[in-house]
Design a protein around this ligand. Structure first.
Ligand SMILES: Cc1ncc(COP(=O)(O)O)c(C=O)c1O
Length: 352
């Protein structure tokens, strides 16, 4: 325990910058360095990410997940095309139309699922229906998956592989929104390559902000035919959107601080551990249940309204989520992060 109980379970974006990232920013703040990504931190970041993923790749740091996802998609689909994702995907629900804006009007098509993980049969069927529309439809030109998903579940590498194979058979690149990739990896306990390029991912939004950075994500293009094609002129897309930082060293230094050791995975493990503790406690509440298995750092629970109110009155912050018909109670979302302590979780469980 390091002090006051943290009552904020609203998001992993609420956490402060982790000390190692703060120190890296301080260390980077010495002397002059070449601008616009020609600095040693950006070079070291690329080298380090190649080692982490065990493959050649090209990395472009940007400040937000929305920019990272939207710019990545703009390199994958033409304005008359469509991107397909799960209906809960951040690109479809929480990016304020940025993917449509950056792609110059490409459509987002979404598929329903049981738990945020796309069903391969539904995907195959959607491709067939889309094709039937001929010239009148927006052709699906990219698949976008999210790992960990918006319901806190995690795709196994084989499941990603199956979906990516369908996409590739249909000449579609595959994008992965990895805002919480570290949490997924901490759960899977597999090599980062297995759930990304080896499974067929061409372009990855590599998340760092939720995992201890101040504001930094990176668009990674893997050494695949689609990845190599899409990265052409990507720096121009970043520039044109106003996202090319002249002092890029401060972006790269943040991500580098996380990936130069296993810190990014350690942070994710801590967040996942807190989520497991929370999930077990919530599931034990007589009136509650967990509609999805907790596999990362997001916990969804259905609790009776008076219990939710009690937690709110006790000062705990979390989101009341849209509760689908048939769920008896209120669906809430609680998110843990790298600095959530057992005592923070236990305080919430005690307030139940
Ligand atoms: C799955 C996912 N992708 C991307 C983002 C990035 O969003 P932002 O633009 O707020 O950094 C988020 C943030 O909540 C997210 O949950």
């Amino acid at each position: 325990m390091t002090g006051a109980i943290r009552k904020n379970f609203a998001s992993d974006n609420i956490a402060p910058i982790c000390p190692e990232v703060m120190q890296a920013l301080q260390d980077a703040n010495a002397g002059s360095a070449p601008a616009y990504g020609n600095d040693p931190w950006t070079e070291a970041l690329t080298t380090q990410l190649q080692s982490v993923f065990n493959t050649p790749l090209t990395a472009f740091p940007v400040t937000t997940g929305t920019a990272s996802n939207s710019l990545a998609l703009s390199a994958l689909v033409p304005p008359y095309g469509a991107v397909i994702s799960d209906e809960t995907a951040h690109i479809a629900t929480d990016e304020g139309g940025a993917p449509e804006f950056f792609t110059h009007g490409a459509r987002l098509l979404t598929l329903p699922s049981d738990d945020g993980r796309m069903n391969p049969d539904a995907f195959t069927d959607a491709i067939a229906r889309n094709r039937d529309g001929g010239i009148h439809s927006s052709p699906i030109r990219a698949l976008s998956l999210t790992q960990a998903t918006e319901w806190g579940t995690v795709y196994h590498p084989e499941a990603i592989g199956e979906l990516a194979a369908i996409a590739h058979e249909n000449d579609m690149p595959v994008h992965l929104d990895g805002a919480r990739l570290a949490n997924a990896l901490a759960h899977l306990n597999c090599h980062p390559a297995e759930t990304t390029w080896q499974a067929g991912i061409d372009v990855l939004t590599f998340g760092a902000t939720k995992n201890g950075a101040m504001a930094a994500e990176a668009v990674l293009f893997f050494d695949t035919p689609h990845g190599n094609r899409a990265k052409t002129d990507f720096q121009r897309r970043i520039k044109r959107s106003g996202h090319l930082w002249s002092k890029q060293r401060y972006l790269s230094a943040q991500i580098l601080a996380l990936v130069k050791t296993d810190l990014w995975l350690e942070n994710a493990r801590k967040a996942n551990h807190a989520a497991q503790r929370l999930a077990h406690g919530l599931a034990r509440h007589p009136g509650g249940h967990l509609p999805f298995e907790t596999q990362s750092n997001e916990v969804f629970a259905v609790l009776p309204e008076p219990v939710v109110e009690r937690l709110e009155q006790a000062g705990f912050l979390f989101y009341r989520w849209y509760t689908p018909p048939g769920m008896n109670g209120i669906l809430i979302r609680l998110v843990t992060c790298y600095e959530t302590e057992d005592a923070d979780v236990d305080a919430l469980l005690a307030a139940l």
